[in-house]
Design a protein around this ligand. Structure first.
Ligand SMILES: CC(C)(COP(=O)(O)OP(=O)(O)OC[C@H]1O[C@@H](n2cnc3c(N)ncnc32)[C@H](O)[C@@H]1OP(=O)(O)O)[C@@H](O)C(=O)NCCC(=O)NCCS
Length: 190
């Protein structure tokens, strides 16, 4: 795997490695039931947040199963706004993307902007072929995000998971490298 050059700058954001100072802000949104609703496990305890921030801060992306984990921060205002993660899946050129943002950072397109930068990284320097997202059908905010990114709805797996006390239907969205580069090209003028 090539070296991952951080931080990544987008129009409004900086994507960087997590640091210890992110712990309180991370815990502030991951301790909320609304954040945990569509994530595995309950709302995070402080020690669970410590575990995650430690893992994210020290991530290595060298082999299948590794997670690339980036902190999202606004360019003009320091402070953690959320995270975007990329899991290296088994098989050549495969990965899964995931995201969470703090409630005050939602509704501004930040998650879309951060995820697009990670797709650029994945299909660029990381040389991936396919990036997918797996989500609960009831997570309409995540489905809308996939659609804004131009990801294709590939599958709907009925009652695929039992979590949070109920059966959940899984949606699988995906985008391929050549689809992403086509999407990313500026629309030609008349
Ligand atoms: C999933 C999650 C990250 C989506 O957040 P989000 O704020 O809806 O997504 P974005 O940051 O891309 O913002 C999109 C919204 O900002 C609006 N927006 C404003 N400016 C925008 C811009 N420049 N670009 C794109 N969208 C913009 C969009 O219209 C959209 O608004 P809408 O929700 O009213 O349609 C968030 O809901 C979350 O963290 N949920 C909890 C954790 C979770 O479920 N994670 C995923 C598990 S699969």
């Amino acid at each position: 795997m090539p070296e991952i050059l951080l931080p990544i700058h987008t129009d409004r954001l900086v994507l960087r490695r997590f640091e210890g100072r992110d712990l309180d802000a991370f815990h502030a949104y991951h301790s909320l039931a609304e954040t945990a609703r569509f994530l595995p496990g309950p709302a995070k305890s402080y020690t669970k947040s410590m575990e995650y921030v430690g893992k994210y801060a020290n991530f290595v992306y060298e082999k299948e199963g590794d997670w690339l984990s980036l902190a999202i921060e606004a360019k003009d205002e320091p402070g953690l706004l959320g995270e975007v993660v990329l899991k290296w899946l088994p098989g050549r050129g495969q990965a899964e993307i995931g995201w969470s943002t703090a409630p005050q950072a939602r509704g501004k397109g930040y998650a879309t902007e951060a995820a697009a930068a990670v797709l650029d990284l994945g299909f660029g320097d990381l040389g991936l072929r396919r990036i997918e997202a797996r989500l609960d059908e009831l997570n309409t905010a995540s489905a809308a995000l996939c659609q804004r990114l131009g990801m294709r709805l590939e599958a709907r797996h009925v009652d695929k998971w039992f979590y949070k006390g109920q059966w959940a239907t899984e949606l699988v969205y995906a985008v391929l490298a050549d689809e992403w580069s086509r999407e990313s090209e500026p629309t030609p003028g008349p």
